[in-house]
Ligand binder design. Structure first.
Ligand code: PGA
Length: 249
C-alpha cells in the first residue's frame, strides 16, 4: 500500500558510538508522524541499531545484500543474515553500488528476487546520470533500469517494493532536481508500471525522491502528488536536519 516514507541512507559513515548517539538523538526528537521513518547504518552497526530502536517506530534497514543464500562470497551479507537480526527491508541498486561496485541490472534483478523470495521489502533505487539528462535520454534510461530489474517479477511482488528515484547528478552534489523534475519522472514511472502491470499496482507503489534533499527543499519536493517521501543521504547524518525533513512530510 502506498505510504509516506522518509529513509536515511547513512552510507559508509558513523562508527559504533556515533551511530548510537545519532539514533538516540533522532528517536528522542522524532515527531508524531503517520509517515514511516527508516534509518540505514552500516552493516557492522545494524544489529545494535535494531536493539537500540526496539521500542521505537523507526525501522532499521540495510544498504545492500548478496543474492546467494550463503557460501564462498567473501565480504558479503545474505538475506537470512539480515532477517536473523531483525532487518526486513534492504536498499538495492543505489547508484554508488552501480558505479563503484559494478552492480548491473542483471545482478540487481537477482538481488531483488533473492530478497523477495525471503519476504523482504526492497527499496529499489534507479536514476539517470547527468549525460543522460543532457541528451534527453533520462526517461529511456530509467525505463530500462526498471524493466531490466523489476518487470520480470510477478505482479504480486509489487506490494513488497518501494521505489527511490535518485538522479545521479543530484546525489551528494548539493544540486537537487526541481520539484517539477521529480514530479515529472515519478509520474512517468507510475505510467510505465501501469503499462507493464496495471494501474492499481502503479497507484499503490511508494516512490521516494533522493538527491540532496535537505530541510530547505524537502517540503516543496514532498508536496508533489507522485512523490511519496525521500531517501536522504547527507542530511540524514545530522539529527536536526533529518528530523526537519521528517516534519516536512
Ligand atoms: P544525498 O544522498 O542526500 O547526500 O544526495 C542521497 C542518496 O544517495 O541516497
Amino acid at each position: 500500500m502506498r505510504k509516506k516514507i522518509v529513509a536515511g541512507n547513512w552510507k559508509m559513515n558513523k562508527n559504533m558510538q556515533e551511530t548510537e548517539a545519532l539514533l538516540s538523538e533522532v528517536s528522542a526528537k522524532l515527531p508524531d508522524t503517520s509517515a514511516t521513518v527508516m534509518v540505514s547504518p552500516t552493516f557492522v552497526n545494524l544489529a545494535s541499531a535494531v536493539n537500540q530502536l526496539e521500542d521505537s517506530t523507526i525501522e532499521v534497514i540495510a544498504q545492500n545484500m548478496h543474492f546467494a543464500e550463503s557460501g564462498a562470497y567473501t565480504g558479503e551479507i545474505s538475506a537470512d543474515m539480515l532477517l536473523n537480526i531483525g532487518i526486513n527491508t534492504v536498499i538495492l541498486g543505489h547508484s554508488e553500488r552501480r558505479a563503484y561496485f559494478g552492480e548491473t541490472d542483471e545482478i540487481l534483478e537477482k538481488k531483488v528476487k533473492a530478497a523477495l523470495a525471503k519476504n523482504m521489502t526492497v527499496m529499489f533505487c534507479f536514476g539517470e546520470e547527468l549525460a543522460d539528462r543532457k541528451s534527453d535520454n533520462h526517461f529511456s534510461v530509467v525505463e530500462s533500469q526498471l524493466k531490466n530489474a523489476l518487470f520480470g517479477l510477478d505482479a504480486s511482488a509489487w506490494s513488497s517494493i518501494i521505489l527511490a528515484y535518485e538522479p545521479v547528478w543530484a546525489i551528494g552534489t548539493g544540486e537537487t532536481a526541481s520539484p517539477e523534475q521529480a514530479q515529472e519522472m515519478h509520474a512517468f514511472v507510475r505510467k510505465t508500471i501501469a503499462t507493464a502491470f496495471d494501474q492499481t499496482i502503479a497507484d499503490n507503489v511508494s516512490i521516494l525522491y533522493g538527491g540532496s534533499v535537505k530541510p530547505s527543499n524537502a517540503e516543496e519536493i514532498f508536496s508533489k502528488p507522485d512523490v511519496d517521501g525521500g531517501l536522504i543521504g547527507g542530511a540524514a547524518l545530522v539529527a536536526d536536519d533529518f528530523i526537519a525533513i521528517v516534519k516536512a512530510i
